[in-house]
Design a protein around this ligand. Structure first.
Ligand SMILES: [Zn+2]
Length: 151
């Protein structure tokens, strides 16, 4: 029931920000916990960039690659279940793991950097994994940025 409300109200929020290629379930799952409304503002800066990037590359982006709960938001329990870092930005609803269909991970990061100016990139956390790119805007949350890592 709470999850239904998330889908409805966060869907409106996505519309309000002009996010047309994604739906709420792509950013959070029931198994990852329902993102509290107080965290929604954290999600939007990253999601707006993902939407802009999606329009730029013209290819579908899948927000999720592995197990349930890996997608976007993770509550404390879900974060432990996927072996996430203890201070994971996913728990603040600001981080999303993205796979661009038809692009390698290296090509994805290259294209992200081509689209956005350096000053914007200074706000990001970007983790490069074998099958997906972790993307967050941690600098806007007051976290040390930029952060880059390869796993
Ligand atoms: Zn991640």
């Amino acid at each position: 029931m709470i999850y239904d409300l998330y889908e409805r109200d966060f869907g409106r929020e996505l519309q309000r920000y002009g996010v047309t290629d994604f739906v709420p379930s792509e950013f959070a799952t029931e198994t990852g916990g329902v993102p509290p409304m107080g965290l929604w503002d954290n999600a939007m800066p990253t999601i707006v960039r993902i939407q802009r990037f999606r329009s730029y590359i013209g290819k579908p982006i899948v927000i999720c690659t592995r197990a349930h709960g890996r997608r976007g938001y993770r509550d404390y329990r879900a974060n432990n279940a996927v072996g996430g870092a203890s201070g994971s930005i996913h728990m603040r609803f600001n981080a999303f793991d993205c796979t661009v269909l038809g692009l390698s991970v290296a090509e994805t990061v290259e294209a992200m950097e081509r689209l956005f100016p350096g000053r914007d990139r200074d706000l990001w956390g970007v983790g490069t994994y074998s099958t997906f790119v972790h993307w967050d805007t941690r600098g806007l949350l007051g976290e040390p940025a930029p952060a880059r890592w390869t796993a």
